[in-house]
Design a protein around this ligand. Sequence first.
Ligand SMILES: C[S@@+](CC[C@H](N)C(=O)[O-])C[C@H]1O[C@@H](n2cnc3c(N)ncnc32)[C@H](O)[C@@H]1O
Length: 256
Amino acid sequence: MKKNSLNFWSSRAKHKVIAGSNDPYLDICETNMLISFIPKRKKKILDVGCGTGSFLQKLVKKNKLVKCIGIDFSKEMISVANKKNKDNSINYHTLDMRNILELKKKLDFKFDYIITKRSIINILSKNVQLKILDNLGKLLNKNGKILSCECSITDQNNINQHRIKFGLNKIYPPWHNLYFSDNVIKKKKFKNIKLVNIHDFTSTFYFVSRVINALINKQNKSKLHYSDKLNLIGWKLDQSLIKGFSQTKIYEFKKK
Ligand SMILES: C[S@@+](CC[C@H](N)C(=O)[O-])C[C@H]1O[C@@H](n2cnc3c(N)ncnc32)[C@H](O)[C@@H]1O
């Protein structure tokens, strides 16, 4: 099978709940954080790169939504999402986010909130990533928002500075990812959206897991696991305790 992003993600669809991430704790934290940002009265939600639909399923359970739409370019992902969608409360479409404006033609409404969960980083061109974010703005209601939960190269670089100091190898984005640069996002003049905030909600966890736990495991010559005790403690700590290491962030935009 050809090594490309679509084949990679399609082959992961069988992993169901962890299809989108090998770290279930990170996934739960991202989902809870995104849900906490969406007011209950907001009814029209789009998940771009929804994978097997775990986020929207959780959201629908907590919030009686009128319209909930998920798109993903992998039909295998969408097929797993649809199997779990027994009451058809969520509408899934197989669609490449690079063609997101096709969705605009199909719908007679716009969205209150558009979320992404580590999906735009799968686009390996910075300019195309920025274009997608801007195009998403065209699908927003007047007071609509984009909550883009993506990985930051800015903070991964900070993690690496500390790893090098302790003799640990540098970590890199996987081959199918291009992480966001915070400065690029801050400086970009979007036509349809405006950056409201960048929420660093995983900083203490990443410092504890990628620096301290990695160092202890290296010294003990043991293997790293997402469920290592120290990682779990990292999640329980206040995430603003240690700043600058939030490899995963929420980039919040509002419609212009
Ligand atoms: C890291 S997974 C996250 C899945 C899901 N958001 C979650 O959190 O479980 C990235 C997802 O983005 C999807 N994706 C990657 N490139 C895409 C594209 N160009 N258009 C639509 N979906 C894409 C993949 O198929 C995959 O389901």
